[in-house]
Design a protein around this ligand. Structure first.
Ligand SMILES: NC(=O)c1ccc[n+]([C@@H]2O[C@H](COP(=O)([O-])OP(=O)(O)OC[C@H]3O[C@@H](n4cnc5c(N)ncnc54)[C@H](O)[C@@H]3O)[C@@H](O)[C@H]2O)c1
Length: 296
């Protein structure tokens, strides 16, 4: 596994969950960290802890849906941070589960803005930055196992994450075809990992407000609880250990639950080739895959 000591990484949505887990694990190995996030308070608290590990730790306030914010992030990185070896394009949100007939246009706009536009801006801006810095950079964008097949009541999330996956594949395919860049592109496809994503409503941007959605922070489902196990949930630390190992190997597709994701991809491929109705992820037994997830 590659040693991240002395390297530098930027992580969008790094104030919480998987992003914060990646930041902490990298800082433990001596990697300099820049966290960007819309949550100023959590972001500042996170960099304070990271700096105690003896690495350079920087927080930049950032709404990933706004191109002007991206320009500030890139300018700050150029001015106040070493060349970026790793960019984790990680920020993302989820809507509360609901049938398609009940999902509002504003809900679609919000999730598309954060998950799709946020990832696309990241791919564009981090590519430009790394090309200017002329280094063998690695851009790691977070898609989801939700990109592998449809899940009833989570359809907007599946739609945005399959788009993210195609963007990453497109960037890598063109890097191979045109040979103009030294950048490596990867997509993380997590299944269920402990984080604060169930509280995404508390980060809803005001321009996408709807009147009937409560934005009150709820306790997170715990890994190891009956509900967590039924979804195959694993801890952030275990997910990050698996993610960073695969990043260091330079894998294009990065899994937290390889068996589950493979099963869903095979099932989706069979649907397409055999003209079968699509398989709903909800039919999979999460607990079964949680047990299997012990070997990624
Ligand atoms: N946790 C899971 O089970 C899971 C599964 C598959 C994919 N993912 C993906 O992993 C990534 C990280 O999510 P997480 O689970 O750690 O959730 P999280 O809610 O704990 O962290 C997401 C972070 O993104 C930030 N954010 C939200 N909107 C933003 C915006 N407009 N601009 C900038 N930052 C913003 C939040 O403040 C938060 O710090 C997301 O892309 C998510 O879709 C998570």
């Amino acid at each position: 596994m590659i040693d991240f000591k002395g390297k530098s990484a930027v992580i969008t949505g790094g104030a919480s969950g998987i992003g914060l887990g990646i930041a902490t694990a990298l800082a433990n190995q001596g990697c300099n960290i820049a966290i960007t996030d819309i949550n100023e308070k959590k972001g500042q608290a996170a960099v304070k802890e990271l700096a105690k590990k003896g690495v350079k730790a920087l927080f930049i306030h950032h709404d990933v849906t706004k191109e002007a914010d991206w320009d500030t992030v890139i300018a700050t990185l150029k001015k106040a941070f070493p060349p970026v070896d790793y960019a984790f394009n990680n920020a993302g949100i989820i809507l509360q589960p609901a049938p398609l007939t009940e999902i509002k246009v504003k809900d679609w706009e919000w999730i598309i803005s954060v998950n799709m536009w946020g990832a696309l801006f990241g791919l564009r801006k981090f590519t430009e930055l790394m090309e200017q810095q002329d280094i063998n950079g690695h851009i790691v964008t977070t898609s989801s196992t939700a990109a592998a097949s449809v899940t009833s009541t989570w359809v907007p999330y599946c739609v945005t994450k399959v788009a993210v996956l195609r963007m990453v594949e497109g960037y890598q395919a063109e890097a191979n075809l045109f040979g103009k860049t030294k950048i490596k592109y990867s997509a993380i496809m997590p299944a269920v990992v402990y984080s604060n994503i169930g509280n995404s409503e508390t980060y809803r941007l005001p321009e996408y407000a709807t009147s009937d959605v409560p934005a009150v922070e709820q306790p997170n489902i715990q890994p190891g609880s009956p509900e967590g196990d039924s979804m195959g949930m694993i801890t952030t630390e275990l997910a990050v250990e698996r993610i960073l190992k695969q990043v260091s190997y330079g894998h294009t597709y990065i899994y937290t639950h390889r068996d589950l994701t493979s099963a869903l991809i095979l099932s989706e491929t069979n649907s397409l080739l055999l003209n079968n109705p699509p398989t709903d992820q909800a039919v999979f037994n999460g607990a079964h895959y949680a047990k299997k997830a012990a070997r990624p």
